[in-house]
Design a protein around this ligand. Structure first.
Ligand code: NDP
Ligand code: GDP
Length: 328
């Protein structure tokens, strides 16, 4: 049976990837950092019904010795580095923490693999945020990068370290340049989930307004469930490489809002207000990916369209809030 080690196992992608790997028959090990909230830390894994099937191991991306111990104990066949300080807005408030966890943390995992498990295949969770101030209208593996936040700069370091360890040490190391992907398990601070949670609250009479920042920003939004499959496919190739993973369609925050409000029978004009608190020091105005290489080499394509994604997220938030209202 193959063994996979997943960092960031308690996050959105960690949950979907674990479910996917368990269904493929893997033994899944998750790196978890110590938290005072250990009773709720596996909430996403529980939501998918897989928490009890994962072996959790204590460690932290910024503690190389813990990562080396984990590699020795687990002897993984595949390592998925999904752990990060992943929220762009927070990265201006905690730039050095973000650099340490999101950037150097990835280098620590690469070092631990090189020293303790050099046969393991490695996946790095790179990001379309690395394109930032976009240099081409449609971004592919050959588009030059231009990071616009401490988060993106940290991800760029991690990306190039992945490329460098592949070229220097022959590691089977791949980097997935994933465009935004969402789900009912998306962190509540990200705009999509903030919108679907807000729509559900308004629908249930728990609030009347939703305050957002830049409604004109455009993203290429897909579903996390589809995207974790691309991660796994990258590690099944004979040759490692870098792949853009995207839907090929872009929409604005306003478009996302319109779909979400309409799904609940509401109109965004009646509820959305803008608040400068949610603006950013530097913005990424538009992202649109070309998933051609992933399609050609991996046979991968996004399966969920934006309308389906929005409907699933709004319905999940309505159900979640209705359940908690019944409990209270
Ligand atoms: P989440 O924010 O949901 O999950 C991040 C995970 O990292 C959590 O499990 C968190 O643990 C863990 N983590 C944070 N700091 C540390 C640390 N010091 N040591 C160990 N673990 C740590 O992110 P997503 O699941 O959405 O994304 C997965 C990865 O993909 C991230 O690297 C993200 O930056 C990247 N990415 C995501 C995209 C998206 O649209 N979702 C797009 C492109 C890239 P805890 O639960 O304790 O907080
Ligand atoms: P990001 O692409 O990783 O930064 O993902 P987010 O979901 O955090 O943000 C996507 C876009 O939505 C960015 O351009 C934000 O500026 C924009 N946005 C507009 N209003 C909000 C808001 O209230 N919260 C967040 N998180 N983003 C917002």
């Amino acid at each position: 049976m193959k063994r996979a080690l997943v960092t960031g196992v308690t996050g959105q992608d960690g949950a979907y990837l674990s479910q996917f790997l368990l269904n493929k028959g893997y033994d899944v090990y998750g790196l978890v950092r110590r938290s005072s909230a250990s009773d709720v830390m596996d909430e996403k894994l529980r939501w998918l019904g897989v928490a009890d099937r994962i072996t959790m191991i204590d460690g932290n991306l910024i503690d190389l010795s813990s990562l080396m111990r984990v590699m020795r104990d687990v002897k993984p066949d595949e390592v998925y580095n999904l752990g990060a300080q992943s929220f762009v807005k927070s990265s201006w408030n905690q730039p050095l923490l973000t650099g340490n966890v999101t950037g150097v943390g990835a280098a620590n995992v690469l070092e631990a693999v090189r020293l303790e498990a050099p046969q393991a295949r490695f996946y790095q969770a790179s990001s379309s945020e690395m394109f930032g101030l976009v240099q081409e209208p449609v971004q592919s593996e050959t588009t030059p990068f231009y990071p616009r936040s401490p988060y993106a700069a940290a991800k760029l370091y991690a990306h190039w370290m992945t490329v460098n360890y592949r070229e220097s040490f022959g590691l089977h190391a791949s980097s997935g340049i994933l465009f935004n992907h969402e789900s009912p398990l998306r962190g509540i601070e990200f705009v999509t989930r903030k919108i679907t949670d807000g729509v559900a609250r308004i629908k249930l009479g728990l609030q009347t307004q939703l305050a957002l920042g830049n409604l004109d920003a455009k993203r290429d939004w897909g579903h996390a469930r589809d995207y974790v499959k691309a991660m796994w496919l990258m590690l099944q190739q004979d040759t490692p490489g870098d792949y853009v993973v995207a839907t090929g369609r872009t929409a604005s925050v306003r478009d996302f809002c319109r779909l979400a409000f309409a799904h609940a029978g509401l109109a965004l004009e009646d509820h959305v207000v803008t608040d400068p608190r949610f603006l950013r020091p530097a913005e990424v105005d538009m992202l649109l990916g070309n998933p051609g290489k992933a399609k050609e080499r991996l046979g991968w394509a996004a399966e969920t369209d934006l309308e389906g994604l929005v409907a699933e997220m709004v319905d999940a938030d309505l159900a979640r809030l209705s359940r908690s209202a019944q409990r209270n």
